[in-house]
Design a protein around this ligand. Structure first.
Ligand SMILES: Nc1ncnc2c1ncn2[C@@H]1O[C@H](COP(=O)(O)OP(=O)(O)OP(=O)(O)O)[C@@H](O)[C@H]1O
Ligand SMILES: [Mg+2]
Length: 220
C-alpha cells in the first residue's frame, strides 16, 4: 500500500496487477464496519449494467435497502463518460461515474484521477478560508479499475452533491453565477496548470444561497 498524502483528506492507493483501488481512509473505516452495502451496490450495478446505462429505470436489492439509478444530474453522456449513477444506501446518496477509457489517453483513468485530486486538495488549501465563498473539494471515496462484461472500466465513487448545488457553468447568466465564475477563474490562475487541469466552471458546483463552491473532476 502506498500512502500518498498525510492530511485528513488523504487518499490511499493500493495497486495489484490489474486493478487499482484508492480510497479515502475515513470512508474505509466506515467500510470496515459495514462492508455489505458497498459490495451489494456494486453487484447490483453489475447485474443491471446495460439497463442502467441505457434506461432511466431504478433497481433495488431484494431487501429494498439499496437503490441504483442513472443520475438525474448526470449530464448528457460524454464520449468517455459512459454513465453516471446515483446509489442510495444506508441513508446516504453516492455518485458513481463509470467510464470505458478504451484507447483514449485523455479519458478518466483511475491513477490520474487520484493524482489530480491529491494535487487539488493540497493546492486549494489557501482558498478554504475565503470570506465570500465556502470552498471545498469533492472527496473521492473509491477509485476503482475493474472489468465489466469483459471490458475495462473505471469507477469513481463520491458523495452525491446535495440539493441546491448546480454545475456553475449553467449559472453563468445569473449575477451570482457570473461572479462565482470570476472567482473560480482566479483560483484556476493561481493553482491550475503544472499537473492540475480542468478547474473550470464545468467542474465546479455552486450553491448561490449558501455561496458554497465544490471543485470536482480535476485532471492531472
Ligand atoms: N458528486 C456528484 N454528485 C452529483 N452529480 C455529479 C457529481 N459529480 C458529477 N456530477 C454530475 O455528472 C456530470 C459529469 O461529471 P464529471 O465532470 O465528473 O464527468 P465528465 O466526464 O468530465 O463530464 P463533463 O464533461 O460534464 O465534465 C457533472 O457535470 C455533474 O452534472
Ligand atoms: Mg467534468
Amino acid at each position: 500500500m502506498i500512502k500518498i498524502a498525510s492530511n485528513r483528506n488523504s487518499i490511499y492507493e493500493r495497486r495489484t496487477s490489474r486493478k487499482l483501488l484508492a480510497y479515502n481512509p475515513r470512508f474505509k473505516r466506515g467500510l470496515k464496519k459495514e462492508p455489505l452495502p458497498i459490495q451489494e451496490s456494486y453487484f447490483l450495478i453489475l447485474k443491471h449494467f446495460d439497463d442502467l446505462v441505457h434506461t432511466q429505470k431504478a433497481f433495488t436489492n431484494e431487501a429494498g435497502t439499496i437503490k441504483v439509478k442513472r443520475s438525474r444530474r448526470g449530464r448528457v453522456r460524454g464520449k468517455d463518460n459512459e454513465t453516471t449513477l446515483r446509489v442510495d444506501c444506508a441513508n446516504k446518496a453516492f455518485f458513481v461515474k463509470i467510464t470505458s477509457p478504451g484507447d483514449n489517453p485523455m479519458a478518466f483513468r483511475a491513477g490520474r484521477t487520484v493524482k489530480a485530486y491529491r494535487t487539488l486538495i493540497q493546492r486549494i488549501k489557501p482558498f478554504l478560508k475565503n470570506q465570500e465563498y465556502k470552498v471545498r473539494t469533492l472527496q473521492p471515496l473509491i477509485v476503482y479499475e475493474t472489468i465489466i462484461h469483459g471490458v475495462k472500466k473505471n469507477l469513481l465513487v463520491s458523495e452525491f452533491v446535495p440539493e441546491g448545488f448546480e454545475v456553475l457553468s449553467k449559472l453563468k447568466k445569473t449575477r451570482d453565477g457570473a461572479r462565482a465564475i470570476k472567482f473560480v477563474e482566479r483560483v484556476n490562475k493561481e493553482i491550475g496548470g503544472n499537473g492540475l487541469y480542468d478547474l473550470g466552471p464545468l467542474n465546479v458546483f455552486f450553491n448561490p444561497k449558501t455561496k458554497g463552491l465544490i471543485f470536482f473532476d480535476p485532471n492531472a
